[in-house]
Design a binder for this molecule. Structure first.
Ligand SMILES: Nc1ncnc2c1ncn2[C@@H]1O[C@H](COP(=O)(O)OP(=O)(O)O)[C@@H](O)[C@H]1O
Ligand SMILES: O=C(O)C[C@@H](O)[C@H](O)C(=O)COP(=O)(O)O
Length: 329
């Protein structure tokens, strides 16, 4: 069973949200306090997903705001070189800076991120900088939950969803909960449910669904989330459970399980973004949901074995090879 997209569009997917900088610990197995060297990559969940999709061969566009400085130049050039259309990446003229994410690799299982999101340029994307002419050229609009954290980026993202709905562009909501940018969990739940109810596909971890439902982490249940969201617009819900794998629920009542693949894990971050890019690639290319879950899991297994989130995004061949090696076992 697959998911139908509008095929007469220039872009397979347009993502809206942050394009930032990741500074990943270049020294492994030590706390950040003792880490002296970091490697720079483009980061930010929607940018990572856009890069992953482009590397898989999809035609990708991006809507966002980047700083008017060396980091902004780096982000724009990297994304353009990755094949992404950057015509709707607006340069901030008010002195806002790039969001920075430092990562810590204490052990393959114990990783964390430290985000600098104060006055990040992406949060200043204005609704007037979101254009219907651009959005209507896409099959899919990918909205990152973090874009809803503050105004005016919040209104920009809500406008984009409205334009997508008006122009029959499928809305994919990646919950992408980063507490650093939000004022309160109560507020997060309000905006998350508002957009999830209007989306065609929602993707998130079990904890992120708990946040959307305004529950303490660990208190939610997949079936209750599914019952709630299928009262609204979504046709497909994807709930991720880390190394335990993931589940996809369809409005028709089907449930599919995706298993995580064994990997030589270097760090855990990057799993979610690589998973989303390959899952969406597979769905957009008309593959069935079970195959899409395999694509997502295989892509994540590859990225957790590498140092970055964006640069490490795999090719279709690498993903297919990992899947077929596991099917021979
Ligand atoms: N340690 C791991 N080894 C292999 N695959 C993993 C690992 N962690 C996560 N994955 C894969 O990545 C997917 C998304 O990971 P998850 O941790 O649930 O999301 P997020 O990174 O957004 O928190 C999982 O469903 C699984 O397939
Ligand atoms: O999303 C960010 O701003 C940070 C990412 O760029 C970083 O690489 C990361 O944390 C990715 O983790 P994931 O959500 O597990 O894919």
């Amino acid at each position: 069973m697959g998911f139908k997209f509008n095929n007469d569009r220039i872009y397979d997917i347009i993502a809206i949200g942050r394009a930032c900088i990741d500074l990943n610990a270049a020294e492994y197995n030590r706390p950040m306090e003792e880490t002296m060297t970091f490697s720079k990559y483009v980061g930010g969940s929607p940018a990572n997903i856009a890069i992953g999709c482009s590397k898989l061969g999809l035609k990708v566009g991006f809507i966002g705001k980047i700083p008017d400085d060396q980091h902004g130049n780096f982000i724009k050039k990297y994304m353009a070189d990755a094949g992404i259309n950057t015509s709707n990446m607006v340069i901030d003229k008010e002195g806002h800076k790039a969001g920075l994410t430092f990562t810590e690799i204490k052990s393959p299982e114990e990783c964390s991120i430290l985000m600098y999101r104060e006055k990040a340029a992406d949060l200043y994307l204005n609704p007037s900088e979101v254009h219907e002419e651009y959005i209507k050229q896409a099959k899919v609009l990918l909205v990152s939950g973090t874009a809803l954290a503050q105004s005016p980026s919040r209104e920009a993202a809500i406008k984009a969803v409205g334009l997508a709905r008006k122009n029959d562009v499928k809305v994919i909501f990646e919950l992408d909960y980063r507490p650093y940018t939000w004022k309160s969990k109560e507020e997060t739940a309000v905006y998350y449910s508002l957009i999830a109810e209007q989306a065609d596909i929602v993707i998130g971890t079990r904890d992120e669904y708990d946040t959307m439902e305004n529950l303490e982490e660990g208190m939610g249940e997949n079936q209750k989330s599914v019952n709630f969201l299928f009262k609204h617009r979504p046709g497909l819900l994807v709930i991720k459970h880390g190394v335990e794998g993931s589940y996809a629920y369809t409005r028709a009542g089907d449930v599919f399980r995706g298993h995580a693949y064994k990997s030589r894990v270097l760090k855990t971050f990057g799993a979610g973004d690589s998973y989303a890019s390959a899952l969406l690639y597979a769905l957009i290319r008309g593959k069935d949901i079970e195959t899409a879950l395999k694509f997502g899991s295989a892509s994540a297994a590859i990225v957790v074995s590498k140092h970055s989130s964006s640069e490490a995004m795999p090719t279709v061949d690498e993903i297919e090879q990992l899947i077929s090696e596991n099917e021979k076992k």
